[in-house]
Design a protein around this ligand. Structure first.
Ligand code: PMT
Length: 399
C-alpha cells in the first residue's frame, strides 16, 4: 500500500523512524513528509535512508507548485505520527501553512492519527475538542499510551508503540470497503416517555455508542440509517439520522426502515415502561404522594427478532450483574445473532462515557470479550465480528 507518513515536531519523532522501517518491512511504500519542527528532532536523511525516497518538507521548495496534490492523489493512506497538539489543531481547523497540513486538506483517503504530547497538553480541553472533531470526520485515532514522558511527567501522552500504529494502519486500509453495499440500521440514545406536557421519564444514554457504530459503518462504506433518541451529538458524516422521542416513535421508524437493512444494531436505551395515557395538562404539585401506573413499551428488539429473515440482528444488554448469562438469555429469547453485553453503573464505561468494555455473545455459542477502548474502536471491532459471524452462519447453513 502507498502510505504518506506525516511526522510532527515532537520528541517522539525518533520513534517514527522505527515506524517507517516497520512499514517498509511489511512491503508498504512510504513517503515521509516532515514539518519544519520535526526536522529539529530528526534529520530528513534518516527517513530518506529508511524509505529510499526523497523526504518532502517545505511547501515552497519542491519541483512543482502542485506536488502536494499529486502526492495526495498517488497515495492510499495518510498516517500522522507523532501528531503534535499543534498539528492536531491545524488539522481540526483546516489550517494549511506547510506541506504536511496542506496535504491533509488535499487528501481524501483514510487517515490514521497517532498523537503524542505532554500529559497536560493532552488533557487540555482544546486538544480534546480538536481530537473529537477529527474522530467525527472518521479519522482513526491510535490512542497514546500512558507512562513516563520525556518531560519527566507520567500519564497519557506517549506515542503508541510502532507495532500498534502499524496494526491500526493495516486495519484501517483493510476496513475501508468491507461494508460497501451493506445497509445498516442502527438505534441510539435514550427515549423520553412523557408524564405530562412538561415532564418525562428517560435514562442516562448519551447516544455515543450508537453514533460510534454509525460512524464506523459509514467509514467502511455502508449506507447507514440511524434512528436516534434525543442526544447532544453531531450526526456522523454521511449518515441518515431520523430523530425520535418515545419508544413508540422509535419502533415506528425502525419498522419503516427495516426493509432494505442487511444488518440491524439496537444500541438505543429504550424505556421499558411509559404512561399509556398522558395527561393533557401539567400535573399540579399537591402535598399528597402520587404514584404512576406504567405500562410496558413495545419491545422493538423482540419484534425485530420475529421479523429477522436473513438479516443480522444485534442487540445490546445493559446489565449491572450476570452480564454473560443475561446477554445469552436475550440472544435466545429475542432471536438475535449477537448481543453486545456491557456493564452499566460502573466507572467510565457504558452510559455517557467515551469508552466502553463489552462482551459479545454470539449465536454460534462463542463469547468474545472486547477490552476497554474508545466507543469508536469498540464499534469497529463489533463490525469485525459481525462480518465474521455472517460467514460462520452462512457456512453453517451451507450457503
Ligand atoms: O448511549 P451511551 O451513553 O453511549 O451508552 C451506551 C449504552 C450503555 C446505552 C449501550 O451500550 C447499551 O447498553 N444500550 C442498550 C441499553 C438497553 O436498553 O439495554 P437493555 O438490556 O435494557 O435492552 C436490551 C435490548 O433491547 C437493547 O438492544 C435495547 O435497544 C432493546 N430494547 C429494549 C427495550 C425496548 N422496549 N425495546 C428494545 O428494542
Amino acid at each position: 500500500m502507498k502510505i504518506i507518513l506525516g511526522v510532527g515536531g515532537g520528541i517522539a519523532a525518533y520513534k517514527s523512524a522505527e515506524l517507517a522501517r516497520m512499514l517498509m518491512q511489511q512491503g508498504h511504500q512510504v513517503q515521509a513528509v516532515m514539518t519544519a519542527a520535526a526536522e529539529e528532532f530528526v534529520r530528513p536523511l534518516t527517513f530518506a535512508a529508511l524509505t529510499g525516497r526523497k523526504v518532502l518538507t517545505n511547501l515552497f521548495a519542491i519541483e512543482s507548485a502542485i506536488e502536494h496534490i499529486s502526492v495526495a492523489q498517488e497515495h492510499e493512506l495518510l498516517a500522522i505520527a507523532p501528531a503534535t497538539a499543534d498539528l492536531i489543531a491545524k488539522m481540526a481547523h483546516g489550517l494549511a501553512d506547510d506541506f504536511l497540513t496542506t496535504l491533509c486538506l488535499a487528501f481524501t483517503g483514510p487517515v490514521v492519527v497517532a498523537p503524542a504530547m505532554n500529559v497536560n497538553m493532552w488533557q487540555h480541553a482544546a486538544t480534546q475538542a480538536n481530537l473529537e472533531t477529527l474522530r467525527k470526520r472518521g479519522y482513526r485515532m491510535v490512542e497514546p499510551g500512558r507512562g513516563y514522558l520525556a518531560c519527566g511527567m507520567t500519564g497519557p501522552g506517549r506515542l503508541a508503540e510502532p507495532e500498534e500504529i502499524v496494526a491500526a494502519i493495516e486495519s484501517e486500509a483493510r476496513k475501508r470497503h468491507d461494508l460497501e453495499g451493506e445497509t445498516v440500521l442502527i438505534t441510539a440514545g435514550p427515549t423520553q416517555e412523557p408524564l405530562d406536557p412538561v415532564r418525562f421519564l428517560t435514562n442516562r444514554s448519551s447516544g455515543k455508542m450508537g453514533y460510534a457504530l454509525a460512524e464506523a459503518a459509514a467509514a467502511r462504506g455502508a449506507k447507514v440509517v440511524l434512528v436516534s433518541g434525543p442526544v447532544h451529538l453531531t450526526p456522523p458524516r454521511g449518515v441518515e439520522v431520523i430523530p425520535v422521542r418515545t419508544a413508540e416513535e422509535m419502533r415506528a421508524k425502525v419498522m419503516e426502515n427495516l426493509g432494505p437493512a442487511h444488518i440491524v444494531i439496537k444500541a438505543a436505551a429504550v424505556a421499558d415502561f411509559h404512561l399509556s395515557k398522558v395527561p393533557e395538562q401539567k400535573v399540579k404539585k399537591t402535598a399528597a404522594r402520587i404514584s404512576l401506573e406504567l405500562d410496558p413499551t413495545p419491545d422493538i428488539l423482540a419484534e425485530l427478532g420475529r421479523k429477522k429473515d436473513d438479516r443480522l440482528l444485534i442487540g445490546f444488554a445493559a446489565e449491572t450483574q450476570n452480564l454473560v448469562q443475561e446477554a445469552r438469555r436475550k440472544l435466545e429469547s429475542k432471536n438475535c445473532d449477537m448481543v453486545v453485553g456491557n456493564l452499566v453503573g460502573g466507572a467510565d464505561v457504558g452510559f455517557e462515557s467515551d469508552q466502553n468494555e463489552v462482551i459479545l455473545v454470539l449465536r454460534t455459542g462463542e463469547t468474545i470479550p472486547l477490552a476497554r477502548a474508545s466507543k469508536r474502536e469498540i464499534a469497529d471491532r463489533i463490525f469485525d465480528q459481525v462480518l465474521k459471524l455472517r460467514l460462520a452462519l452462512s457456512a453453517a447453513n451451507g450457503r
